[in-house]
Ligand binder design. Structure first.
Ligand SMILES: [Mn+2]
Length: 432
């Protein structure tokens, strides 16, 4: 007879949104940063001797991987495989199989036994079904361990509520093993309005029958111990833009969880990940002239106040104030080039938000149409960015065109991640 020892505590790691392969704007260092962040999860799993790791979606940034990203993933998962620590993963919106392919790179990793991929499959008419995963074909959303059940619901989108009802019907009332659920969906009250997501009351049925609801999808952390749901957020900043939006961008990491087998008490410790340093500051250049060296030395002085080592950083600067010569249009590229000679940056963004001396606000004329006002606002923004006047008309047309399509809903936007304006503009410039 096989002797099964059930430990009193189940210790595991819950992380999500690893986004391997993400390197916004083609910054090579950011690709490495994503791997470095996940390496810290791997190191913690091994040193803490956890039973398993949960990765709740978006392990990969893209459905179509390049070879380098796959190599990175395998190198990162290898030590876990060698240490005998199983990785339970469910799909996110970024790495789920496309409708035409069905088979994703996560399926590949699963077949090669780097991970256990847990996801509901579908019946003949395409509606999701939950069943116990069988060892032979590796299909199914529910995995039975000796000490617990692990359920992977993937990225159910609008059908999340239905999935949860199905799951609660599936779990017997008298289930003795702890039930841990992975779900790549946000709770609606933590989302911007109109983004969808799951309502707390939709979780009620399954809360009674489960012990830990591991969430993913939303890149900032939130949790509710009473309702048993936990969302660790991404382990690195996935987009450069998210750095400027989040004041607490240093607060990236994952949960180290202890679940008591007898009392079902859950203890979580949020483990911070050491991520790429980024500096987001406003620099008031009031009283200076428009001379590039003057402005850059002011920027350098301000950055030195908050950045005290030589690490390569991501730098976001917003220039505010009024110059003595009244200039509002600056050569942003010249500024960036000069800043790079003084500060080690892997990426720099400079936003010109200068005010002209006579307030510079738009004087709205009477009887202006909405479109005329839009065009004037865009022109002003373009001038502030230092574009050549001769390109202005073309740029305005592109922006108006994108706006029109966005209003019509022709452009689909991933509101979770924000809209990739640069990508859209590039697309339209190419087509123009
Ligand atoms: Mn994500």
């Amino acid at each position: 007879m096989e002797l099964i020892i059930i430990k009193n505590n189940i210790k595991f790691i819950h992380c999500s949104d690893i986004h391997l392969g993400a390197n916004p704007y083609g910054i090579e260092e950011r690709f490495e940063d994503m791997g470095r962040a996940f390496m810290q999860v791997v190191a913690c799993a091994i040193s803490e001797r956890v039973e398993f790791i949960l990765i709740v979606g978006d392990f990969f940034h893209q459905k179509n991987l390049n070879a380098k990203t796959l190599e990175q993933a395998v190198n990162l998962l290898e030590p876990l495989k060698n240490a005998g620590i199983p990785v339970y993963m469910t799909e996110g919106n970024h790495d789920m199989a496309t409708y035409t392919n069905i088979y994703s790179w996560l399926d590949f990793l699963c077949q090669k036994e780097y991970i256990y991929l847990l996801k509901p499959d579908t019946d003949d008419d395409g509606s999701p079904i939950l069943r116990k995963r069988s060892g032979v074909n590796k299909i199914g959303g529910i995995l039975e361990r000796e000490d617990s059940y692990i359920v992977g619901l993937g990225y159910p989108g609008a059908t999340a509520g239905v999935m949860i009802n199905k799951l609660s019907a599936f779990i017997p009332d008298n289930e003795v093993k702890p039930v841990i659920i992975m779900l790549h969906t946000g709770i609606d009250k933590f989302l911007t309005e109109g983004m969808g997501g799951l309502r707390e009351d939709e979780l009620t049925l399954v809360i009674e029958k489960s012990d830990y609801i591991a969430l993913g999808h939303i890149h900032t952390r939130y949790d509710n111990k009473d309702m048993k749901y936990y969302n660790p957020g991404a382990i690195e900043n996935v987009k450069i833009e998210s750095l400027t939006k989040n004041k607490d961008n240093r607060d990236k990491g994952f949960y180290l969880v202890n679940l008591a087998h007898d009392t079902r008490k859950v203890d979580t410790e949020f483990k911070k990940v050491d991520i790429r340093n980024s500096i987001n500051i406003e620099v008031d250049i009031t009283g200076l002239s428009s001379n590039v060296e003057c402005i850059v030395s002011k920027i350098k002085a301000e950055v030195d106040k908050v950045h005290t080592n030589n690490d390569d950083i991501i730098l976001n600067i917003k220039l505010i104030g009024t110059l003595i010569d009244g200039v509002t249009v600056l050569d942003i590229n010249a500024l960036k080039k000069e800043v790079k000679t003084l500060i080690n940056v892997i990426y720099i963004e400079i936003l010109n938000n200068l005010q002209s001396k006579n307030s510079g606000e738009l004087a709205l004329k009477e009887n202006q149409t909405r479109e005329e006002i839009d065009r004037e606002v865009i022109l002003k923004l373009i001038q502030n960015e230092g574009f050549e006047e001769k390109d202005a008309e073309k740029l305005i047309n592109i922006v108006m065109h994108i706006k029109e399509q966005a209003t019509e809903g022709t452009i689909t936007m991933d509101m979770q991640e924000g809209m990739d304006i640069k990508g859209l503009v590039e697309k339209y410039v190419d087509n123009a």
